[in-house]
Ligand binder design. Structure first.
Ligand code: MG
Length: 339
């Protein structure tokens, strides 16, 4: 990465430019065995229980949106990163950067929403920080949350996708793209007959049920920036296996598909804030699907494809019309500041 380059919006997309920035700047200098796994949470073995640790910043615009607000998002995002790493969320931190003039009533509404969301998974917000910058030097409110969770024996293997093999099934927990399209609609002030809500939600109750079933779950990741396509590309990168996806199996709401067509977006690359991908041993796939569908966040879960050894390192989607196309990471950016 040439040093006279500057940071561009695409560096925050969660797609190709983000991973280049992480590789060329952050992991190049911070490199260590815990970080280099690049899971949703870092898993470290300790003399006591193993721990999972993660952090995320939230700069979403607008801060209140159909189905949630920046506070709910800041708790769900961090809890979900712990949960998909097969760990139980325990302690959270919350740091706030506030713009001079920001209404205290709105701050309290956001903080109440954080407290309510954290209490649903019995996680406590135990430390934090507040900074205020002059009017115009930030946009209303930015929040950073970090989280510590108790990791299970399986955590390290699941976070690293160590046991993925050909024949495993790829599952998603529900409709793709609701969050990003909801934010797009809020910004564009679009009106719907049936309101489109963000899918921001806690994944941990569903994941707990999946893990407790004893099913062979090989990998989990929440489908946020970069979308399903970017995760699939990351799973297969430099691997001896590839992924085959069937387009007709992808759960996408009609409303979302319609707006994608209108704005030139692809549901494969849309961000969600309460959806996950799981790689599950084929023997257990139907059982896991049933468990997911019994939960609120997994009611529309679907098996969308499988791990294959026929095209190593590549993600191939069989389209509804029958053709095959190679699916790569998100290049550039669809919408900025969606989380
Ligand atoms: Mg994540």
């Amino acid at each position: 990465m040439p040093m006279d380059n500057v940071i561009m919006m695409g560096h925050g997309s969660g797609g190709r430019m983000t991973s280049e920035l992480i590789r060329n700047i952050f992991t190049r200098h911070f490199s260590n065995p815990v970080l280099d796994v690049l899971g949703d949470a870092a898993i470290f073995k300790s003399p006591g229980p193993h721990l999972a640790f993660t952090t995320d910043s939230y700069v979403i615009d607008p801060i209140f949106f159909p189905g949630g607000d920046i506070g709910k998002l800041a708790v769900c995002g961090t809890v979900n990163d712990l949960a998909v790493s097969a760990s139980k969320p325990l302690l959270l931190s919350a740091s706030f950067i506030l713009e001079e003039g920001f209404p205290v009533l709105q701050l309290e509404q956001i903080v109440r929403s954080m407290a309510e969301t954290a209490s649903l998974v019995k996680a406590s917000i135990v430390t934090g920080d507040t900074k205020v910058v002059k009017r115009g030097q930030c946009d209303k409110i930015y929040i950073t949350t970090s989280g510590i969770g108790l990791a299970t024996e399986k955590s390290a293997d699941i976070a690293a996708g160590k046991n993925i093999k050909s024949g495993d099934k790829i599952m998603v927990s529900g409709y793709l793209g609701d969050h990003e399209i909801c934010i797009l609609a809020a910004r564009e002030k679009l009106q719907f007959e049936v309101p489109l809500l963000s899918d921001v939600a806690l994944l941990s109750p569903m994941i707990l049920a999946m893990l407790e079933s004893g099913a062979a779950i090989k990998f989990m990741r929440d489908i946020t920036r970069g979308g399903l396509a970017t995760i699939c590309a990351e799973i297969t990168e430099k691997k001896a296996y590839g992924i085959k996806i069937e387009e007709q199996c992808l759960p996408v709401r009609e409303q979302v598909a319609g707006l994608c067509e209108l704005y030139g977006f692809d549901p494969l690359y849309l961000a969600n804030e309460g959806k996950m991908l799981a790689v599950v041993d084929r023997e257990y796939a139907d059982q896991v699907l049933e468990i997911m569908r019994k939960t609120d966040t997994g009611a529309h879960a679907a098996i969308i494809g499988e791990i294959t050894d026929s095209h190593p390192g590549k993600v191939v989607m069989q389209s509804i019309t029958g053709g095959n196309r190679i699916v790569d990471r998100l290049a550039g950016i669809q919408l900025p500041r969606i989380c």
